[in-house]
Design a protein around this ligand. Sequence first.
Ligand code: FPP
Length: 279
Amino acid sequence: MWKKIFGGGKSTPAPDGDDLLSNLAVDRERMPRHIAIVMDGNGRWAKAQGRSRSAGHEAGARTLKRIVRAASNMGVEVLTVYAFSTENWKRPHREVDFLLNLFDSFLAKEISEIHAQNVRMRFLGRRDRFTDRFLQRMEDTEERTGHNTGMRFNLAANYGSQDEILRAVRSIAQRAAAGEITPEEIDETFFSNALDTAGDPPVDLFIRTSGDLRLSNFLLWQSAYAELYFTETHWPDFTPEELSRAIEDFAGRSRRFGGLDAHVAGKRKSGRRSRALCE
Ligand code: FPP
């Protein structure tokens, strides 16, 4: 069954490509439920334009606003973006301060629209190095949007996947030591629910902008079977149109989760030549 996603048929074309997305034809069953994005390349974008890194991050914030709206309109269930890693504290103080202030003003400015889009927002990562003001902003945002039923939008800030996994392991170990759970109860679902992304489906589509081909400690457990999409586009230039291309690319891929294509499995059953088991 092929049908238009985001097919509300808007009459006036929106400047951010909403009209283009309304024409995107993807089998709804082949839509990624969870999209993760490493928003890389603000600095390179700025350098290429002879502008400051700060200008690059500001442009990145404008892109994020457009992508959140586009993903929500397309019916994406969960969007998770990497805004600041546990390693990003190593950057010069000035840049760290600028980024944290930018996150704060982004939330202050955009929360009403995010809320109006019925988007539920939450934050992934450690909360131990932020200012009280920013912590309060995060809590207010989560509380205000907590009952929304539309797209879930996760912002990873002071986040590292290895750190997240260790925090989960420690809390599970503490519960086991206290006799609250037995080791046998700890299966994939149990462990997933101990992570910051508790309740979210696994990542289906993992996008990284700006050309580097690595995961950078982002959602390692959650992306075990994610399809990867790397693009040379710097984050500030990433558009809803390119998001739609990534989704179409994803929809055309064969996902086997370690098994076989349905048609290959069929051939095996009927005794024909098989392909490798582990792909
Ligand atoms: C990596 O690119 C990007 C970051 C460390 C920051 C991401 C921040 C934004 C996209 C700004 C908007 C976010 C919010 C939440 C408002 P880089 O700056 O390291 O670029 P480079 O690798 O080209 O130097």
